[in-house]
Design a protein around this ligand. Structure first.
Ligand SMILES: [Zn+2]
Length: 158
C-alpha cells in the first residue's frame, strides 16, 4: 500500500534561484518554483493506516520554508568552490564568480543543486528527523522544478 503526498496540491513548494555548473543553459543563474512530494510504501498497521503523515507534512513544509526565496548554493564536493566570508558567500565556478549576502543563501551539502541531488538531500534530511514505523518498507521523495518535471529518489526503510 502506498501513501502519496503531492507538494503542489498541499502547497509544499518553494521558489529559489540556482545554477548548474557545466550545463549549457542552466549554468546561468536562474530560478524555479519547486514542489516536494513524498511517497511511503508499507503495510497497514493495527490502526488500519500505514502511518500518520501529519508529521511528514510538517517536516516537508519546514525544509521548503528553509529553502524558500534563497539562492541554493552547492556546499558539497562539486565544481563550485564556496567560501563563506563574514556576511558574504563567494562562489567560484570556472571563470565565473558570484558574491551573495549570506542571508540570501541556503548552503546545501550537495555537489550540485540539480533536482536529483535536492531530492536526495531532502530525503536524508527527512530520515534524520522522522522515525518510521516497522511496517513502512520504503520512502520516496520527489522534487519538481516547475510542474511536470522532477526527480525521485527512493530508500528502503532501515
Ligand atoms: Zn534550474
Amino acid at each position: 500500500m502506498k501513501l502519496k503526498l503531492d507538494g503542489w496540491d498541499l502547497g509544499i513548494t518553494f521558489a529559489a534561484a540556482h545554477f548548474i555548473p557545466g550545463h549549457q543553459k542552466c549554468a546561468r543563474l536562474h530560478g524555479h518554483v519547486y514542489a516536494i512530494h513524498c511517497e511511503i510504501e508499507g503495510d497497514e498497521g493495527e490502526d488500519y493506516m500505514v502511518m500518520d503523515f501529519t508529521e511528514i507534512k510538517r517536516f516537508l513544509r519546514e525544509i521548503a520554508d528553509t529553502l524558500d526565496h534563497h539562492v541554493l548554493v552547492p556546499g558539497g564536493k562539486g565544481e563550485a568552490k564556496v567560501d563563506v566570508e563574514d556576511d558574504y558567500v563567494k562562489v567560484s565556478v570556472g571563470d565565473k564568480k558570484y558574491l551573495f549576502p549570506s542571508e540570501d543563501c541556503a548552503i546545501i551539502d550537495v555537489p550540485t543543486t540539480s533536482a536529483e541531488e535536492l531530492s536526495k538531500f531532502i530525503l536524508s534530511w527527512l530520515l534524520s528527523r522522522v522515525k518510521f514505523p516497522e511496517n513502512v518498507r520504503s520512502i520516496s521523495i520527489g522534487v519538481d522544478e516547475g510542474k511536470g518535471q522532477g526527480a525521485w529518489v527512493e530508500r528502503r526503510a532501515k
